[in-house]
Design a binder for this molecule. Structure first.
Ligand code: ZN
Length: 356
């Protein structure tokens, strides 16, 4: 049977938590859904009932971006959903703005001199977020503009807009807590009496951490496994020869050892059952895209910009174009690192990829 004929199962059906409210998805695990000011218009956050050093309270997983609307939604949650108990710690799956944006505010809001409310995150994502929040590295600016130009994005208006976006990250993540607690692959944290195992994933952020609780049969998958959309996997100017797609596909395979009936709590979309099927679908998706890119470059050497109509059959706005360019370079690089394509700079300084 075609794997796409089998559907993922959504155990809560069409139910969504209302704004400022929560929905229980497993014992002691509550779902919060907050609005986002992007095409991807929401993020899922999780509240886990917890007890640390004898204090009852909650562990928060992921934070939303630094925006007044998000703070207002949190305040509503604090008033109505915490049963009068404090937030004890903030776990962040990875350094993207929608996940870490309000960590500084949450940690400060719930810390006291005796009881610091600590940020728990992988070290790689912690330091990346701190550097990016100072605007030293971002998802726009001169470096990003030069990088996209070297991959064939030549339209001056788009390049100007990329250059103008130097403050993109720092705007949504103006600061990151001064101190953190490191999450390591294979390590575990105890939340509410249950062990949650950290599973590192690569290719989407520097060191993404998903959390698996065997006792509850629940995986907080972050952005590594999403039910409806494929996770963004991009090459960025700070690491211009990277092969994040191979790393991402390897990371997906590491999640295959989890039981088939695991309840997956993704950062976007609805909780679902069907982890193995979704991993198969994502592999098939990228295998097809890689085949299309290889065929196009075999016909005629091409740049990443030349691959946009091959990979994306719709018109893209600037925000989508920058994501799409990063994805196109990622697909070209996987084929290049696998020895199926070779690359050469043309007279205009643009990388062109041809069959090896
Ligand atoms: Zn992300």
């Amino acid at each position: 049977m075609n794997p796409f004929d089998i559907q993922l199962h959504y155990p809560l059906g069409e139910q969504l938590p209302a704004a400022g409210a929560t929905l229980e998805v497993a014992p002691g695990v509550r779902w919060i859904r907050m609005g986002l000011p992007f095409a991807l218009d929401h993020i899922n956050l999780w509240l886990l009932r917890d007890r640390i050093d004898g204090r009852e309270g909650w562990t928060v997983v992921d934070c939303c971006v630094t925006r007044d609307e998000a703070k207002a939604q949190w305040e509503q949650i604090f008033t109505t959903q915490l049963e009068g108990l404090p937030v004890l710690r903030v776990v962040v799956t990875h350094m993207h703005p929608d996940h870490i944006g309000l960590a500084h505010w949450l940690c400060e809001r719930w810390s006291s001199p005796e009881h610091p409310c600590r940020l728990w995150i992988s070290a790689t994502d912690y330091y990346t977020a701190r550097i990016n929040s100072r605007g030293d590295i971002s998802y726009g600016g001169e470096g990003a503009s030069r990088f996209f130009a070297s991959h064939g994005l030549t339209d001056p208006e788009s390049l100007d807009k990329v250059r103008a976006r130097a403050g993109y990250y720092a705007d949504m993540v103006p600061s990151v807590p001064d101190r953190f607690h490191r999450l390591l692959d294979g390590g575990s944290l105890v939340v509410g009496g249950h062990a949650w195992r950290c599973i590192a994933g690569y290719g989407h952020s520097p060191e993404h951490i998903a959390l698996y609780c065997e006792a509850l049969g629940v995986l907080i998958s972050g952005d590594m496994v999403l039910p409806r959309i494929s996770t963004n996997v991009s090459v960025h100017d700070v690491e211009p020869e990277a092969d994040p797609l191979a790393a991402f596909l390897d990371s997906l395979d590491r999640l295959r050892v989890l039981p088939a009936d695991t309840r997956v709590l993704p950062s976007h979309g609805k909780p679902f059952i069907g982890l193995h099927l979704r991993i198969d679908q994502l592999h098939a998706h990228h295998r097809d895209r890689l085949a299309e890119v290889l065929a196009a470059c075999t016909e005629r050497p091409g740049s990443a910009a030349d691959m946009l109509p091959v990979l994306f059959k719709r018109t893209l706005d600037l925000h989508q174009t920058t994501f799409a360019m990063g994805e196109a370079v990622a697909h070209l690089h996987t084929l290049w690192h696998a020895g199926k394509l070779r690359r050469q700079k043309d007279a205009q300084g643009v990388w062109r990829f041809a069959a090896a």
